[in-house]
Design a protein around this ligand. Sequence first.
Ligand code: ADP
Length: 271
Amino acid sequence: MPVVLDNVSFVYHPGTPHAWRALDGVSLTLDDREAVGVIGPTGSGKSTLVQHIGALLRPTSGRVWIDGVDTSARRADLRAVRRKVGLVFQYPEHQLFAATVREEVAFGPRNLGVPEAEVEERVRWALEAVGLGPELLDRSPFALSGGQARRLALAGVLSMRPQLLVLDEPTAGLDPLGRREMLDLVRRLHEGGMGVVLVSHSMDDVAELVGRVIVLDRGRVVLDGPAREVFHRRQELAALGLDAPAAARLVDLLRERGWPLPGQAVTAAEA
Ligand code: ADP
């Protein structure tokens, strides 16, 4: 499911003294099934960008096409578009609410009017996909470990059968094992054909999961290209307060793995 942003700007509170341009002329294309990382300092517009990719916000100017639907068009059916994008916000386990694991995962598809037999099937599939066993079905979500609770929240999104998964800091606050499980899980979902957008402060997470990295600064795309090339721009990353030593280490890591690079060169936008 391709997503295209063409010269997108977004202003919070337009026409007021608090008007704030959070995205400024962003153009990018996410190919079907692509895995992309989005990094940038706090306040650079990552979350605002993600909300455009999930059709939760419409651009102030410019266009966004999600699977061919122009979300800036007044007549666009945003509900249908939103269904195709699974958004996993930071600390999604804080939003768990149901009495049982089963009800938690069934909530989304039931809300969409999916027939009950299929709901049941989706619940089992989604729990299996995130590595939670059927013995947990009748357990309270609040009895799970931190890592399990986060994977349950992800199952609640997967049961809607999204084509693109957008994850905001999916490993934040997890212990090393929980982080490992989450990264492996996202990788498996991607290998299974799901598009992935990963927003993260962790360059290590980004390097593990995605081939392409987009760097935002003050609402603009300043770098967009193959992970290895972007991580090679140590000085530019350091200037944004991004972890340059980690980037240097990752260049070595990626070289060791011999990641062949597409011929495409990294594009640097004018500041
Ligand atoms: P990031 O996710 O990279 O931290 P955000 O997209 O959350 O960045 O924010 C981009 C800019 O927009 C920041 O300057 C932030 O203060 C501002 N902003 C975000 N949300 C709102 C809002 N609801 N109202 C006003 N300004 C906002």
